[in-house]
Design a protein around this ligand. Structure first.
Ligand SMILES: Cc1ncc(COP(=O)(O)O)c(C=O)c1O
Length: 420
């Protein structure tokens, strides 16, 4: 072997040393969440009441109507800063500096299973978890797995627009289950649901519970009934439970469909709960191995992995985010009370108090407005238009914001109604 000139050898030696040093530093930077330098949580330095600016962050919610100077009260993300544990975990991971393909790992599974056990008393095996880049992709995978073109897909209406449009996207027929008002609470028309399930070609029901936009959390009796009907008629249930951690009335815990019915596919995420939806990460719980295999097979070749930073954030939030969540829920409850107290100043608008979510589904039929969304927008409040949800006479108001923002939006709505 040729001898290297001494100077070069020395240089190499030094280079090696710095390579080793860097490697050590990287090792330190890529330590698991449980080993990162964590601050003490609970952290009480964050106040939900202080308006939190998202300017300059390209937040979809704030940019869409910026030119109109309308207060953004629409898309379902909150204007709260995520828990400190999430930012700390992300910063520790970002320091490492390499962000290649990353598959879900034991500690994020562990944190998720612990969350399901603590919150829902649900014992789930790690093998039942399937990680995905979002809940919308997940219910599309379920549609690909459990329908043939021409089949019926049952979905409630009004509903989150991507749920209303899932059937045509898969060459299927939407079978709309009406939402009915019973004793001041929106619930599903279970008679209509049975009629749809009875049709031979109805192979899938994509439930949305808690409901977006109505805010209802279905009871155990309702869920049992749905599950029995699905079993009797051979309908696969896929339950979108993205809002399940956001109970405004927590006297009775949320019941995951998959806990009741192990053949169900249950879709969840930390995204709405902790305001991390931009990090593209969700999970399906599919206890039945045959159903899971069919779901996973249908996802192969076109569905990407969850975002690695989403996994990091989910683990941190599920591990250390409880105190933040408790305080967020207290704040959301007080915002809802404020909104309810304001309702008499919005003549013609009615609200059935949501049991979950940070969304208020406002019936504007009695205002006589042709298109309530446009009227409020013209007066400086950007709500969600009820039309793509299936109800043109409704608007959806997102009260996941500071009280000051909510109060200003309500004042503008009052002015808008007085200006009819
Ligand atoms: C019921 C429901 N499902 C799914 C989503 C979006 O899920 P993801 O961003 O994980 O695709 C939303 C967002 O508003 C929603 O309300």
């Amino acid at each position: 072997m040729d001898r290297l000139p001494t100077g070069f050898a020395l240089g190499l030696c030094q280079q090696n040393k710095s390579i080793v040093k860097n490697a050590l530093r990287n090792e330190l930077n890529s330590v698991p969440y449980s080993h990162i330098q964590r601050r003490r949580y609970p952290m009480t330095d964050y106040s939900f009441d202080v308006p939190f600016s998202r300017d300059g962050t390209h937040a979809e919610k704030h940019e869409r109507y910026r030119a109109l100077k309308a207060i953004p009260m629409w898309v379902a993300d909150t204007d709260f800063q995520s828990p400190g544990c999430v930012a700390d975990a992300l910063q520790a991971r970002v320091k490492h500096g390499a962000f290649g393909y990353t598959h879900p790992y034991d500690s994020v599974n562990h944190a998720t299973l612990a969350w399901l056990k603590t919150h829902y008393d649900w014992d789930v095996d790690a093998s039942a978890l399937v990680w995905l880049p979002g809940v919308v992709p997940a219910f599309n995978v379920a549609s690909a797995a459990f329908t043939q073109p021409g089949n019926g897909i049952a979905v409630q209406t009004p509903n989150y627009p991507p749920l209303r449009s899932v059937a045509p996207r898969h060459g299927c027929e939407p079978r709309y289950i009406e939402t009915v008002l019973e004793s001041g609470r929106w619930t599903l028309d279970l008679v209509g649901l049975e009629q749809h399930f009875q049709q031979d070609d109805c192979s899938l029901f994509i439930l949305c519970n808690p409901m977006n936009p109505c805010g209802t959390r279905l009871t155990e009796a309702e869920l049992r009934h749905i599950s029995q009907l699905a079993q009797a008629h051979g309908v696969q249930i896929c339950s979108d439970e993205i809002h399940c951690d956001l109970l405004l009335n927590d006297e009775v815990p949320h019941l995951p469909m998959g806990k009741l019915d192990p053949n169900a596919i249950t879709l969840m995420a930390a995204s709405k709960t902790f305001n991390i939806a931009g990090l593209s990460c969700s999970f399906a719980v599919i206890p039945n191995p045959d159903i899971r295999k069919r779901f996973v097979t249908a996802s192969e070749g076109w569905m990407s992995q969850p975002n690695l930073l989403g996994l990091v954030a989910t683990e941190a939030a599920f591990t250390d985010g409880q105190d933040w969540l408790d305080r967020q829920m207290a704040y959301l409850r007080s915002n809802l009370e404020y909104l309810q107290a304001f309702m008499p100043r919005l003549p013609g608008v009615t609200l059935q108090a949501p049991e979950a979510t940070f969304l208020a589904w406002l019936d504007c039929t009695a205002t006589g407005l042709q298109h309530p969304f446009q009227h409020f927008l013209d007066h400086g409040v950007a709500l969600s238009d009820g039309t793509p949800f299936g109800e043109r006479q409704f608007v959806r108001l997102n009260f996941g914001c500071s009280r000051a923002q909510l109060a200003e939006a309500l004042l503008r709505m009052e002015t808008a109604l007085n200006a009819r």
